[in-house]
Write a protein that binds this ligand. Structure first.
Ligand code: ADP
Ligand code: ZN
Length: 791
């Protein structure tokens, strides 16, 4: 009966799909259909990936329930998930889960319910029927009550029509809401209450949700029922879609394209009209009007009856883009991102799936949105690290977007003022078509950038946080009622607590990093595992009492600005301030409304914002990221500095940028200051070629973790040896070495870095891990294909 077998991918950290026997009384579930299957002692909802394989000597288990009648998503998306699993060596079920409605897998429970009637009477003695007499039960509860799995018995009862098994959607179901509709306009109301209801309905155009209709007068409910009985009013149930409030839109704005925008749009539109895959890299300087460009392209896709997808690195930081899209495109827009409640995400997912929404704006995960007939994919700020998921499955949404475009014949636009080195190299190779927006829309052009050499300032005993030129520039802005942004990409109050007796720093008990100080120095926190404690009064090593705070973060910058400019209205934006849902939006809104003069923050203030009254950007310490042991340190620094500088002088007031740096000659700082992307790119490519880093070679990073130090080290050693053994010049193996974060959350970490050809490395890693751990689970190993960071 092998033709009745299906292969099912389960949302678990396992590297293979599993075969099950499909129910015999139903058509064979197609690829993409969700099924409930037993796995160990659990019931898990998986997705059918194709026909299954018999395993000799093993009795395969039965599919317990077929959840969907038809595949949940269209075939190209199933292909996309399969590609992600293969490309990133990721657990297939975790990849397929990315296609599913949120919580669609976790919360789903099967409920058994008795159908009363003759048939039930015939099975009167059956223990299942007896158990269900008192009311419907989840299958798991039923099994517990009976002391065993009611599987076979249930199948019989279902065939006989005695028991129905239904999926309980619980919290994931749409809320339904009852709507009262006027039917008979000539009905003569029987009494005052009825007359009032009819009047309310008339005033609302004939339809009103029942709760609204009777909101202030619950006593009207009875009269509604009587009107329904009389046939004057009908009640219908409608799906109530939870709309996230970011979609409350301002006035729409549709700008006439500039000459540059129009020129860049031409080849893009030609590609879209040809309905074929075409990838573009839009290199547009900050303030060159990339948003309008994306919107024009999206309009074209929608006009052609196709769907469009706009990816942004982080929705919370781009409220204006989302609002502008909502204003321009109306209810066809939906947003998808993780800050939405599960219910909101669920509703948005279904609106997209059912075609009510044709334009999706979303973060990373939205690249898997179930849009049918996709015409356009935009990846805004394509260089952003936020597109890379740093937990399994470790996919890069930009690269997935390009693959999705290939599978669906969609046009793809990757946009940035500071393209990733990879994407720019692809454009030079002709793999992507390069489009340029070389000038700013605003009347003032790009801002003026000056470097302040902090070494000189420190020598002369000046304030290291606010150097005199920056302090002066801030005071000027305050006097002119203009705004300033101050960047320091390090949150907290101080960076470490140093013992002056033994010279050691306070470190995290779980990780090999210093504890940072927060809340004015009263609290210590590990930025990697989240460990928190009141600031110790004694050194943990020598019990010394003379502890000193060293280094500084955003909190301290706020203090320094307050001291220098007591009348300034100052706010701060960083992860500490962003905790609550909506917090980021309100900080940004207050700044936009001019209620804040100076906004201090981490990289969160550098992203995409368009604040017309910002004329000064100060970078407190331009070198923060340069010391990190990561091959992207220079690229990230260049991008961050260029992006934050790009927030100044975007409208009709000229912008000024002051970079404070210890390393003004470093090429990342120098070329950001010169606003010369191409020069940076060439210098950076030289480094990547010399060192064999991406994009000169593909990279695969293996991280081995263990709570036992020796085990991690030995495991890494054995794996590296094995990988070296079969390299045959197709790739190089570096390490094993202690990971830059050698200990994290109590685990010891070793890493092995492979450089070379991707297919060969992937195959070698797969074989080595299967040999060592078997085909199913690879415990304690993370495989990162095309890593964004080696930390
Ligand atoms: P970018 O994303 O490239 O940094 P934005 O899309 O934020 O730039 O645009 C910068 C500013 O230019 C915005 O205020 C936007 O409204 C304005 N803008 C863009 N295109 C046009 C246009 N064609 N005509 C007038 N103003 C425009
Ligand atoms: Zn820690």
């Amino acid at each position: 009966m092998s033709d009745r077998l299906v292969s099912v991918a389960l949302p678990l950290p396992v590297q293979t799909a599993f075969s099950y026997r499909a129910p015999e009384d139903q058509p064979l579930p197609e690829r993409g259909v969700r099924v409930v299957v037993p796995f160990g002692s659990r019931r898990v909802v998986g997705i059918v990936t194709g026909p299954g394989e018999p395993i000799e000597g093993v009795a395969l288990r039965d599919v317990l329930e077929v959840v969907d009648e038809a595949p949940l998503v269209p075939p190209p998306l199933l292909d996309l998930a399969a590609w992600v699993a293969d490309h990133y060596l990721a657990p297939p079920g975790e990849c397929y889960r990315l296609l599913m409605p949120p919580a669609g897998i976790r919360a789903s429970r099967a409920i058994a319910r008795l159908v009363e009637g003759e048939a039930a009477a015939a099975f009167g003695d059956d223990p299942v029927v007896a158990a269900l007499r008192a009311g419907p039960l989840p299958l798991s509860t039923l099994a517990r009550r009976l002391g065993r799995d009611p599987g076979a018995r249930l199948v019989r009862l279902r065939r006989a029509g005695v028991v129905l098994v239904e999926q309980d959607l619980g919290a994931q179901g749409f809320r339904h809401i009852r709507i009262a509709c006027l039917v008979d306009g000539h009905y003569a109301p029987g009494g005052k209450a009825q007359a009032e209801i009819l009047e309310r309905l008339h005033a609302a155009g004939g339809r009103l949700p029942v709760p609204e209709l009777v909101r202030d007068r619950p006593s009207l409910r009875g009269s509604v029922e009587r009107l329904v009985a009389a046939g004057a009013v009908r009640i219908v149930e409608e799906r109530d879609v939870r709309q996230p409030d970011v979609l409350e839109a301002p006035e729409p704005k549709r700008l006439e394209p500039s000459v540059d925008q129009a020129r860049a749009l031409e080849p893009l539109i030609a590609a879209m009209d040809a309905r074929r895959f075409a990838p573009f890299l839009l290199h547009g300087v900050t303030g060159s009007g990339k948003t309008e460009f994306y919107f024009r392209a999206a309009e074209r896709a929608l006009e052609a009856g196709r769907g469009a997808l706009v990816l942004v690195p982080e929705i919370a930081l781009t409220p204006l883009l989302v609002r502008a899209a909502a204003a321009r495109f109306g209810p066809t827009v939906s947003v998808l991102h993780s800050e939405l409640s599960v219910g909101e995400r669920h509703d948005q997912w279904w609106r997209i799936r059912e075609g009510d929404s044709r334009l999706v704006v979303g973060a990373r995960l939205a690249v898997f949105a179930p849009i049918e007939d996709l015409g356009l994919i935009v990846v805004d700020e394509e260089h952003e690290a936020a597109y890379k998921q740093e937990e399994s499955p470790r996919y890069h949404a930009r690269d997935v977007a390009v693959m999705r475009g290939t599978l669906e014949g969609a046009t793809v636009v990757l946009g940035s003022a500071t393209p990733s080195v990879e994407s720019y190299a692809n454009a030079l190779k002709g793999k992507y078509v390069r489009l340029a927006l070389p000038t700013r829309i605003g009347s003032q052009g790009l801002p003026r950038i000056a470097i302040v050499d902090r070494r000189q300032i420190l020598k002369s005993g000046g304030d290291p946080i606010l150097t005199p030129p920056l302090k002066e520039a801030l005071a000027e802005r305050l006097a002119r009622r203009e705004q300033a942004l101050l960047l320091l990409n390090r949150r907290g109050y101080a960076t470490s607590l140093l013992c002056r007796e033994c010279g050691l720093q306070a470190v995290c008990p779980n990780c090999s990093v210093c504890l940072a100080l927060h809340d004015g120095g009263r609290r210590v926190e590990c930025h990697y595992c989240g460990h928190e404690a009141p600031t110790p009064v004694r050194c943990a090593t020598c019990r010394g009492e003379y502890l000193r705070l060293t280094g500084y973060g955003t909190e301290k910058v706020v203090e320094a600005v307050k001291a220098a400019l007591p009348t300034a209205r100052i706010d701060r934006l960083d992860r500490d301030r962003a905790g609550r849902r909506g917090a980021v939006a309100s900080i940004l809104a207050a700044f936009e409304a001019g209620e804040t003069d100076v906004l201090v923050g981490t990289q969160m203030i550098a992203k995409g914002h368009d604040f017309p009254r910002v004329t000064l950007v100060g970078v407190i310490d331009a070198d923060v990221g340069l010391g990190l042991p990561d091959f992207r340190a220079a690229e990230r620094t260049f991008q961050l500095l260029t992006q934050v500088a790009g927030r100044a002088g975007r409208a009709d007031l000229p912008g000024e940028v002051i970079l404070q740096s210890h390393l003004p000659d470093h090429y990342a700082v120098e070329r950001a200051c010169a606003q010369d992307y191409l020069a940076f790119f060439e210098r950076e490519m030289e480094f990547r070629r010399t060192m064999g880093y991406s994009p000169a070679a593909a990279l695969v990073n293996l991280l081995l973790r263990s709570s036992d130090a020796a085990e991690a080290a030995e495991g890494a050693e054995a794996l590296a040896r094995r990988l070296r053994g079969e390299a045959q010049g197709r790739y190089r193996v570096l390490g094993p070495a202690r990971a830059p974060l050698a200990r994290l959350r109590g685990e010891h970490r070793w890493q092995i870095l492979l450089k070379g050809g991707r297919p060969a490395m992937r195959e070698a890693v797969r074989r080595a891990l299967v040999e060592r751990f078997g085909p199913v689970r690879w415990p304690g190993v993370s495989v990162d294909v095309d890593p964004m960071s080696l930390m």
